[in-house]
Design a protein around this ligand. Structure first.
Ligand SMILES: C[S@@+](CC[C@H](N)C(=O)[O-])C[C@H]1O[C@@H](n2cnc3c(N)ncnc32)[C@H](O)[C@@H]1O
Length: 327
């Protein structure tokens, strides 16, 4: 009797699970899979390489075609030469930790405190850092960049008994280098972020390194049609960018200098960022399209691609790399 119940339970589960599997299944090539085909194209999943988790717009120079390489290329442009042995580094908006691993490999003798807003990212970054043996050197916090009281250190799964969430953040005027890679346009507001950086960095020597987004020549109020303005507002609200952060290049430079920085270099690298990312999204969509059944790709394959072609065509935004020193 027990055996029969087991058998019927098995059949029932198979009947219920089968349609679910179909729903999420990767379909092969043009989606064809006949009944006698054993493998189909599901083994595409076995061939996916997920050893990086970058999430920036990338710097698409030197014929780079891969997303991870473009993201690392941008990170290097922002952070290369900005960390010395023994430095205290603050990283704001560190995502899943790829840039933290890059910084600590570039300069193994430094210490990093980093923060990122999404808990899943912070946890994942922590486990990657721990796995590679950098736990004592890199602390990842989850919280809002501008609200230091909200920062909670992510305690690793293998944490020693009693290991605390609390680690003292470095005091004002003691940090050597602050880096924010493709993140600070999210902070509410960037002006407050710059003030915080000025407060935390060592006077006279502290370095600020950013990649950021400001308005382009076609994005200033008088250049935009009502429709374009509506589109820009929609983008800001959907992607968590406070509208007040989208300022003109001259206002941007003035706000950095006004916060207490000099030796300011702002490089407009838009032409090496937006078109490359747009090309990549098209190519990636073409490669994955036949395999992936799902709507998740739409945010990139449709939403972001349309947005990029609009900002390229109308020069609405600029992508900039910023280096400055604390006065
Ligand atoms: C475009 S992603 C860049 C991630 C990472 N820097 C990279 O290059 O892969 C923006 C990052 O900023 C973080 N972020 C956004 N708003 C934030 C805030 N208020 N405080 C801290 N981090 C924030 C997000 O969680 C995300 O990790």
């Amino acid at each position: 009797m027990e055996k029969m119940i087991e058998f019927f339970a098995g059949v029932l589960v198979a009947l219920l699970v089968q349609p679910l599997l179909k729903l999420f299944q990767l379909t092969g090539g043009n989606g064809k899979r006949s009944k006698q085909d054993v493998y189909g194209m599901d083994h595409a999943m076995l061939n996916l390489r997920l050893d990086t988790y970058w999430l920036n717009m990338g710097l698409w120079t030197n014929g780079i075609e891969s997303f991870a390489e473009a993201c690392e290329n941008l990170a290097r442009r922002v952070g290369q030469g900005r960390i010395k042995p023994g430095d205290r580094v603050f990283d704001f908006g560190s995502g899943c930790g790829d840039q933290l691993l890059l910084w600590i490999r570039m300069q193994p003798n430094c210490h990093i405190q980093s923060v990122t807003a999404e808990e899943a990212h912070a946890e994942f970054a922590t486990s990657r850092i721990q796995y590679r043996g950098f736990s004592g050197k890199v602390d990842v916090f989850h919280g809002d960049a501008l609200n230091l009281d909200s920062w909670r250190r992510v305690v690793s799964l293998n944490a020693a008994e009693g290991e605390s969430e609390k680690v003292a953040l470095w005091e004002d005027g003691t940090v050597d280098s602050i880096i924010s890679l493709d993140a600070c346009y999210h902070f509410n507001t960037r002006r407050e972020f710059l003030a915080l950086c000025a407060k935390k960095l060592k006077q006279g020597t502290g370095l600020l390194s950013l990649s950021d987004i400001v308005l382009g020549a076609g994005g200033e109020e008088d250049q935009l049609s009502a429709m374009d303005r509506f589109y820009l507002h929609m983008f800001c609200s959907m992607s968590g960018v406070p509208l007040v952060n989208l300022v003109s290049l001259s206002e941007y430079k003035a706000s950095i200098e006004g916060a207490g920085f000099h030796e300011l270099e702002v490089e407009d690298i838009s032409k090496d960022v937006f078109p490359g990312l747009e090309r990549f999204l098209t190519a990636q969509g073409d490669k994955m399209g036949p395999f992936l059944n799902g709507t998740r790709w739409m945010q990139y394959g449709t939403g972001m691609k349309m947005f990029l072609s609009w900002i390229i065509q109308k020069r609405v935004l600029r992508f900039v790399v910023v280096h400055a020193k604390r006065k």
